[in-house]
Ligand binder design. Structure first.
Ligand code: NAD
Length: 325
């Protein structure tokens, strides 16, 4: 009997929340795997089989997939723009994780395999305008994704597709658009904009240096999805028999980075002097999720407005940064 659920990348932000949700739903046979030492996992649950393994290695994938009926692959060497623009080879080496996990899944007779792709697969020439309405699933081709990280995601998407076509392994793929929330990276260089802005505003408050550095001119636009909406979407996509193609999982509430800073300043009750670092990595000019397909096929839409989600995220980062003080 195959009863196990494998969460790869369980020590990370989304993986940790996913394990928490699987436990809440009553699953008792969960294997959580990550390369990080246990002390660095954002969430770790004693009732789960926790393993520290390097999933770039084939035998680690085979060990992880043993007895599993479902695999969620959320493991990747990744981070925000600052990390992916400067670590393209490391990002591309994540191809080993998905490739070996797919091979192990096939050998173990896994029934469903989830792959976490990204809005970074979308072609650069579709994202030049900050007033972008939204990226449709078809906008990934003709392909010109984010260099490094985006190419790896697009290649791995196709690897899933061909494992389905050729080997009958059921795979499901979500293209996440920026996910944010508590229990994720907020410093160290891998953090993404929502967490970075919260940290910078809190630092300004705590130090009394009322300035904030913003990467780019602040006019670049993005959308941000709260973690609980993401976890609900993953479940719907994985268990759907209609969504057999890569699908957007993101918010369509577009904001500029300046507007994101406005929101966090408002939450913190502070106004900061803005310093724009124009040569910093800032990514594409405009990116937003177009959600017609997921609304129509799964009836999914994000529940939490950005302001509410940022309040929760800010509160968690503030608590972390002032712990023991
Ligand atoms: P994260 O960095 O918090 O989690 C990824 C985890 O994978 C980390 O804990 C890391 O240690 C682990 N990992 C890396 N290499 C590994 C290896 N060789 N073996 C085992 N574990 C390894 O990132 P996240 O935000 O939780 O992202 C999860 C997935 O979603 C990733 O595939 C990411 O590319 C994708 N994604 C995330 C976002 C987002 O906004 N967070 C957006 C698009 C796509």
């Amino acid at each position: 009997m195959k009863n196990k659920i494998l969460v790869a990348g369980a020590g990370g932000f989304i993986g940790g929340h996913l394990v928490a949700e699987l436990i809440r739903k009553g699953h008792t046979d969960i294997r959580a795997v990550d390369i990080k030492p246990f002390g660095d996992w954002y969430q770790k649950f004693p009732q789960v089989e926790n393993l520290q393994l390097d999933l770039q290695l084939k035998d680690a994938c085979e060990k992880s997939a043993r007895g599993a009926h479902t695999i969620y692959n959320l493991a990747a060497d990744m981070g925000g723009m600052g990390f992916i623009e400067n670590n393209k080879a490391l990002c591309m080496l994540s191809v080993l994780i998905n490739t070996h996990l797919l091979m192990a899944a096939r050998a173990a007779g896994v029934q469903r395999f989830f792959y976490a792709s990204s809005a970074c697969v979308y072609a650069g020439d579709k994202q030049t305008d900050p007033n972008i309405t939204g990226l449709r699933e078809a906008d990934a081709y003709p392909a010109m994704p984010e260099d490094g990280y985006g190419w790896e995601k697009l290649f791995s998407e196709r690897m899933c597709r061909h494992f389905t076509e050729d080997f009958k392994l059921t795979t499901r793929i979500a293209r996440f658009h920026n996910v944010y929330g508590p229990n994720g990276t907020y410093d160290g260089g891998r953090e993404k904009a929502p967490a970075a802005v919260c940290r910078k505003v809190i630092e300004a408050k705590l130090t009394g240096n009322h300035e904030i550095e913003i990467w780019g001119d602040g006019h670049q636009t993005r959308s941000f999805m709260y973690i609980d909406d993401c976890i609900k979407g993953i479940d719907l996509i994985l268990h759907s028999d209609k969504v057999t193609f890569p699908i957007n999982l993101g918010s369509s509430e577009k904001v500029s980075i300046n507007q994101l800073v406005d929101i966090v300043e408002d939450i913190a009750g502070i106004k900061l002097k803005r310093r724009y670092k124009l040569d910093a990595p800032k990514g594409v000019n405009g990116r937003n999720s177009e959600n017609s397909l997921i609304k129509k096929t799964l009836g999914w839409e994000p529940d939490l407005p950005l302001r509410k989600g940022m309040e929760k995220t800010y509160a968690w980062i503030l608590a972390e940064m002032t712990k023991g003080k």
